[in-house]
Design a protein around this ligand. Structure first.
Ligand code: HEM
Length: 209
């Protein structure tokens, strides 16, 4: 068994605060939307908790951004600029998830600290971190005080547009979580990748060829 260091402490802290906040925001968001149906808590309580965790998520996002920009490690999120390399990398990876995995093949991508993500992860994580989460945070902030931010809401095209973006992104993130958690269980044991996100170290089985 080989141990490689993959996840620096600031990223592990960011990741688990992010994951816990997302779960709280999803539940309180559903409660806000389906008041009597869910009945988990009072409407006002759901709104207060949702707002509080929204601000935690905003603050936490800047921890992620500061770490990756200041360390210069943001490179690991950028997919290969060579289109052919990018497409063949994605096809190889998708073939592995849909077929190779079940035939006992090895994952075609071998993570290291400088090359942590396969091209599919790069594409997904880059759009999530630099487009979708910021858009969710901005639309959430505008909905938090619609009077104070009326001018900015108009720039987006009105409250209906802002609200629709926020709800569609909720649908995206909820679906993403299922896929993300499934993929997180595909290490050499079910919990290997998840444990690595706590300890920083991924354990790799060494294959004798
Ligand atoms: C209970 C829920 C979650 C679990 C069990 C989980 C698990 C994991 C694991 C095991 C990794 C390391 C493997 C990898 O790099 O792909 C990871 C990385 C990552 N996860 Fe999650 N995750 C959860 C929630 C989330 C949420 C809600 C988001 C964002 C909306 C998210 C975004 C990410 C990102 C961007 C990375 C790469 C971080 C980096 O190394 O820079 N995760 N997650």
């Amino acid at each position: 068994m080989k141990r490689i260091f993959l996840h620096p402490l600031p990223i592990r802290i960011w990741h688990w605060i992010n994951a816990a906040s997302f779960l709280v925001l999803i539940v309180t968001g559903l409660q806000i939307r389906y008041r009597e149906f869910l009945g988990l808590m009072k409407f006002k309580t759901a709104v207060d908790i949702h707002n509080m965790f929204g601000f935690i998520l905003i603050f936490n996002f800047f921890i992620w951004l500061a770490y990756y920009i200041l360390s210069g490690k943001i490179k690991i999120y950028i997919p290969p600029l060579n289109i052919k390399k990018f497409i063949t990398g994605c096809v190889k990876q998708a073939r592995y998830y849909g077929y190779g995995l079940f035939m006992g093949e090895e994952n075609p991508h071998h993570s290291t600290a400088d090359n942590k993500f396969n091209p599919m992860q790069q594409m997904a994580y880059l759009s999530i971190m630099l487009l979708l989460i910021p858009l969710q945070l901005v639309t959430g902030l505008l909905l938090w005080d619609v009077k104070a931010f009326a001018r900015y809401i108009d720039i987006f095209g009105g409250i209906k547009i802002v609200d629709t973006i926020h709800v569609f992104l909720f649908l995206f993130f909820t679906s993403f979580l299922f896929v993300h958690i499934y993929l997180a269980t595909l290490g050499h044991t079910v919990l290997a990748h998840i444990k690595a996100m706590f300890t920083g170290y991924e354990e790799i089985e060494e294959h004798v060829h």
